[in-house]
Design a protein around this ligand. Structure first.
Ligand code: ADP
Ligand code: MG
Length: 464
């Protein structure tokens, strides 16, 4: 894997080496080598056989020449010159690798072949004969009975029977060779297919692991090399799984700590500032009542100043309440999550009376404070985004406990706004924060998606 990646890195000119298929390489190379081997063996057999045929026929021809030189009747021999020549021709023709006949003065044969009318070379096909046949050597010896010219004795090389013998071997060896090559090729293809199938299985597992399915494992194998490869991939997946689990644990711990810190700050603010602000407001109310009983020049001025002070004190109290609520929803731990969401919606409705917000909850589970806080923050951020970015006029919030799918709490915010456009901006902290929270508690966050005129944002929390 690593080596392949390094190999595929483009060089300085940006050139990327072409990828080759192992299947094709093995198929074509083994097919080429088998064909070449078959052809070479056939060529060697043919060349050696040709040489042997040539040597055998030449040696037989030389013997025939010697026999003619010794036994050919001389020009002034007895009466039966032609008879003797014919017997000699018959004898020579019956020898292997040589043919002999008597021809008359016009060149027509006077004597048929000694063995049969059928040529011996007919056993081998014509193309094989043409391929193997060496150059035919021929000699003519005149037969004369002084003063008459009777005809000639013709001797020639005859490789027919030798070719037939070679053909007998050739027609067995070549098909056998072809068959063994085909079997070898078939075996190579089967092994190749097996290798590719196993590689494919391991590749599939790697693909699934890369997609995030860290529970996926490459199948074990009886072949050592593949088993080692699969073990390597599986070890890597286990390592990744352990790292991810640790990462999630750390993230959850971080989230728990930060929520605890926020809760402590909220509590401190509430406990410290709450009574003081209450006292301040009560004191201002008292001062206003006392000022009403006063008569004289500065009364109106005092009244105005006290009213202004009361307004500012109220604003400070509201700001403190919002800050405390943002740090940690006040109802959390005191009321249920549906009540908390109702409260949230009421706050939004107060701010934006032109937006219709509906909440529908079907929640009877206890997902734990961390999960409930995450759902609450998800709804608040999504509601805010729908109104602020999508300009929505109607928002539907639903939360239900889906018992069919391993007790999942599915919270969905659907708005009729314009949607996030083609690409959700990655610069906002809202979505990133929700995503991190979801990841830390093992939940699934589906970012806003505009479909059929509505924008849907979803959070799925699995109950512990
Ligand atoms: N319901 C929605 N309708 C339209 N746009 C949305 C919606 N929710 C998110 N967005 C888009 O996603 C972006 C990122 O949102 P967010 O992370 O909450 O950042 P912020 O609210 O701070 O801008 C927003 O700027 C907006 O463009
Ligand atoms: Mg936002």
């Amino acid at each position: 894997m690593m080596r392949q990646d390094i190999y595929l890195l483009p060089d300085a000119t940006g050139w990327l080496p072409r990828r080759l298929s192992l299947y094709r390489i093995v198929t074509f190379v083994s097919l080429g080598i088998s064909t070449l081997l078959c052809m070479s063996v056939a060529a060697i057999i043919v060349m050696n056989a040709r040489k042997a045929i040539e040597e055998e026929t030449s040696s037989a021809f030389r013997n025939a020449q010697a026999a003619v030189a010794i036994r050919m009747p001389p020009r002034f021999a007895g009466k039966d010159t032609m008879g003797k020549a014919m017997r000699l021709a018959e004898e020579l023709d019956s020898l292997r690798h040589v043919s002999s006949k008597i021809i008359d003065t016009r060149g027509a044969a006077l004597q048929m072949r000694a063995d049969s009318t059928e040529p011996r070379e007919s056993q081998a096909p014509r193309w094989f004969n043409t391929l193997m046949r060496p150059e035919i050597q021929t000699d003519l010896y005149p037969i004369s009975h002084y003063p008459n010219m009777l005809g000639s004795l013709q001797i020639s090389t005859d490789p027919g029977d030798e070719i037939a013998e070679v053909w007998e071997d050739f027609r067995i060896i070549i098909p056998l060779l072809g068959l063994s090559m085909a079997v070898m090729l078939g075996l190579i293809m089967i092994v190749n297919a097996q290798i590719l199938r196993r590689l494919g299985q391991i590749q599939e597992a790697i693909g699934a692991i890369r997609q995030g399915d860290l529970t996926r494992r490459a199948p074990d194998d009886r072949i050592i090399e593949f088993a080692v490869l699969a073990d390597g991939v599986n070890d890597l997946a286990s390592h990744l799984q352990a790292e991810r689990a640790e990462n999630n644990l750390l993230q959850t711990r971080l989230l728990t700590l930060s929520d605890a810190e926020r809760a402590r700050i909220a509590s401190d603010l509430h406990d410290e500032m709450g009574p003081q602000l209450f006292a301040l407001n009560a004191a201002l109310a008292q001062a206003l009542t006392a000022a009403k009983n006063l008569q004289g020049e500065g009364r109106a001025q005092l009244d105005d100043a006290l009213h202004a002070a009361a307004t500012h004190a109220k604003a400070v109290r509201d700001s403190a309440r919002t800050a405390i609520n943002d740090l940690r929803p006040m109802l959390l731990g005191h009321g249920t999550l549906p009540e908390l969401l109702e409260e949230l919606v009421a706050d939004f409705a107060e701010m934006r009376a032109d937006v219709e917000i509906n909440v529908k909850t079907n929640y009877d589970a206890d997902a734990g404070e961390l999960a409930e806080l995450s759902i609450y923050r998800f709804v608040r951020e999504s509601l805010l985004n729908a109104i602020r970015h999508g300009n929505a006029k109607r928002v539907e919030i639903s939360m239900c406990c889906n018992s069919a799918e391993a007790r999942q709490i599915v919270t969905r915010v659907v708005d009729d706004g314009c949607g996030p456009g083609d690409a959700v901006s990655g610069r906002g902290y809202g979505i990133a924060g929700i995503r991190d929270r979801a990841h830390a508690i093992g939940a699934t966050y589906l970012p806003p998606k505009h479909e059929g005129g509505m924008t849907v944002t979803e959070l799925r929390v699995t109950c512990q």
